[in-house]
Design a protein around this ligand. Structure first.
Ligand code: HEM
Length: 388
């Protein structure tokens, strides 16, 4: 699945004025495994749909399943400018997500839904209307090496669909795009991505294991990814999505040792250049006999390390994408409690990073992913619902 879609059709429907009762990609268990998870089963994987618990659940597609499904499509849309129409569109989206992730998903899709998840977020314009200081209420600032276009920067609505079965994914994404188009929602951009099969960190298009250093345990995820406390933000998280084109040919033209110095980990198994097992953290202080850092100063993993950025940790859940030899790279997806975790890290990478020299952002956005909905708390309640 390497397609790229632009969708700008605009159709109107009558106002309903209420939001739907939905459980957006909710999972049965809220507790991820503490260690790298087993691969998703072949043949579509374990069903992930389920109802909300008594105190609500977090949306699926963030830390559940712990091993991301093999296929994803991320789409960004603009909601209609009028608040009432935006609520109607959200209602229709919620109904469709409920159908696609509920117990009758197979009937709705015409194929087994398997481990299909749908994760939905609201952009800064929508969240900012409820309070500018809220997580997800701010746009990303400008960073280095960006090719900005009006269509691929920002947006009101994030729809991330993931599945082991690419056909189930395509059918679900097509359904959601159609529902939104019928509600006057304009498509901005869409990108399909893929991950190699297997458990634990998988290789990216540069051939390096990716996703090694990530929050994984329940306490880590609670601390770094999910918002708590009372109010509409609890159970939510902040998502950043960036389509990062990589000059793969240029990077791979370097010697193998130079590539490893640019990343800070070994290509064969992902082990840190400072030593230890593949799963080990970097030792930023480790030095050679001659006094140089074992993990070079401009190595990507060093630059992005939270001890160097002074920020929290992010959950990276990216996918490779390939629209052809000239447009391939990483569909970067990260989830964190606050936007600053991403911005502080990206700024540090902008100041110097031997991997980022080969990377250009061609699409970008930040979104608030609210908690999964329940009958008492419909999608966007406390945020979208307060817009008049
Ligand atoms: C095309 C772009 C990128 C590629 C190919 C890439 C690849 C990698 C690789 C191979 C690692 C080491 C293995 C691992 O721990 O997962 C890594 C680590 C990491 N990357 Fe990236 N990355 C990219 C962009 C970014 C961006 C944009 C950010 C955030 C602004 C980021 C944040 C991180 C973090 C936080 C780590 C872990 C650092 C640590 O060891 O503490 N990466 N990345």
């Amino acid at each position: 699945m390497t397609t790229q879609r632009d969708n700008s059709s605009v159709v109107r429907r009558s106002l309903l004025g209420v939001l739907p009762v939905v459980a957006l990609g909710a999972c049965r268990s809220d507790v991820p495994p503490a260690s790298p998870p087993a691969p998703v089963a072949a043949g579509g994987g374990r069903p992930l749909h389920g109802g909300a618990g008594p105190d609500g659940v977090r949306q699926a597609g963030v830390d559940r399943p712990a091993q991301p499904q093999a296929h994803a499509v991320v789409s960004v849309y603009d909601l209609p400018p009028e608040a009432g129409s935006a609520r109607v569109a959200a209602a229709a989206l919620g109904e469709a997500v409920l159908e696609l992730t509920g117990s009758r998903a197979g009937a709705a899709l015409g194929v087994e839904a398997g481990d299909l998840t749908v994760t939905v977020g609201l952009g800064p314009r929508m969240v900012g209307a409820a309070g500018r200081g809220l997580p997800g209420g701010l746009d990303l600032p400008a960073f280095a090496r960006e090719e900005r276009t009006a269509r691929t920067w920002g947006g009101d609505l994030l729809v991330q669909v993931c599945a082991s079965d690419p056909v189930a994914l395509a059918l679900a994404d097509t359904r959601l795009a159609g529902v939104l188009a019928a509600e006057g929602v304009s498509g901005r951009w869409s990108q399909a991505g893929f991950r190699p099969p297997g458990g634990g960190p998988v290789r990216n298009l540069l051939g390096f294991p990716d996703g090694i250093e990530n929050p994984r345990t329940r306490p880590e995820l609670d601390r770094e990814v999910w918002l708590d406390g009372p109010g509409p933000l609890a159970g939510g998280t902040v998502a950043v999505v960036r389509r990062l084109r990589i000059d793969v040919t240029g990077f791979l033209a370097q010697s193998a040792s130079r590539q490893e110095e640019a990343i800070g980990r070994r290509k064969a198994d992902g082990a840190p250049l400072s030593g230890g097992a593949a799963s080990a953290r970097l030792d930023l202080l480790a030095k050679t006999a001659r006094g140089g850092y074992l993990v070079p100063a401009m190595a990507h993993a060093r630059r992005a390390n939270p001890n160097a950025t002074g920020s929290g940790r992010m959950l990276r859940r990216g996918y490779s994408y390939r629209n052809g030899p000239e447009d391939q790279g990483l569909l970067f997806l990260s989830f964190q409690r606050r936007l600053r975790t991403f911005t502080a890290t990206q700024r540090r990478l902008d100041d110097g990073d031997d991997l980022m020299r080969f990377v250009t952002a061609t699409a970008s956005g930040a979104f608030f992913v609210p908690r999964a909905s329940t009958p008492e708390r419909p999608f966007g309640s406390g945020l979208l619902g307060e817009q008049g």
